[in-house]
Design a protein around this ligand. Structure first.
Ligand code: ADP
Length: 192
């Protein structure tokens, strides 16, 4: 009995610092990240667009667009993977976030589904250990940033608690204001 309690306390003491290193928030350009996979906030066509999508296609080169043409698009909330071509990242996971219509069109669940789909692809199909996410839906798709950050952190945390294959998930924020919001979400939810 006592030994079980001691074991449980020891497990928590080991688990908390381990978990805390597995989610990181940085301010930067996702195209520069030296990780196994970066996550693109794409649109349903997967044929490139503005924002982070445009930056990723520009940095990856035309090979990426050629491969994306074969994929025949992607549904909102789902994800598909390609190679990274000229990017430092070996893989690009393309996901399509929901457009914000006020919150009553299933936006929260669709955004959560984006994170789950990307993380599932990362762990099931390829030996990916490090993944960098862009702040899906928070640009032209206008999803409120605080709300998006809480959903992102909740889904990533849930996933990491159950899966050991991923070593680190990095939330890459382009602006200082987004960085502050995502970092607060990680801190609020018990991470550092
Ligand atoms: P969405 O259509 O899903 O809203 P956007 O590309 O418009 O996608 O914006 C998603 C987020 O990506 C925004 O927070 C935007 O500031 C950010 N972003 C834009 N360019 C980059 C980049 N090069 N690296 C990381 N994040 C970026």
């Amino acid at each position: 009995m006592l030994s079980n309690i001691i074991k449980n306390i020891a497990a928590v003491l080991v688990f908390v610092p381990l978990m805390s290193k597995r989610i990181a928030v940085i301010q930067g350009d996702i195209t520069q990240q030296r990780v196994d996979a970066i996550v693109n906030a794409a649109n349903n066509s997967l044929l490139g667009g503005g924002g982070v999508d445009g930056a990723i296609h520009k940095a990856a080169g035309s090979g990426l667009l050629n491969e994306c043409r074969q994929l025949k698009g992607c549904a909102t909330g789902e994800a598909k993977i390609t190679k990274g071509y000229n990017l430092p990242a070996k893989w690009v996971i393309h996901t399509v976030g929901p457009i914000w219509y006020g919150g009553n069109q299933g936006e929260d669940e669709l955004l959560a589904s984006c994170y789950r789909s990307c993380l599932n692809i990362a762990q099931e199909q390829y030996q990916i250990k490090t993944v960098a996410f862009s702040a899906i839906s928070t640009g032209v798709y206008r999803f409120p940033v605080e709300r998006a950050a809480r959903i992102a952190v909740t889904e990533i945390q849930r996933f990491l608690e159950k899966n050991n294959s991923l070593e680190q998930v990095i939330l890459v924020c382009f602006s200082k204001s987004a960085y502050d919001v995502y970092l607060s979400a990680v801190r609020e939810m018990g991470e550092r």
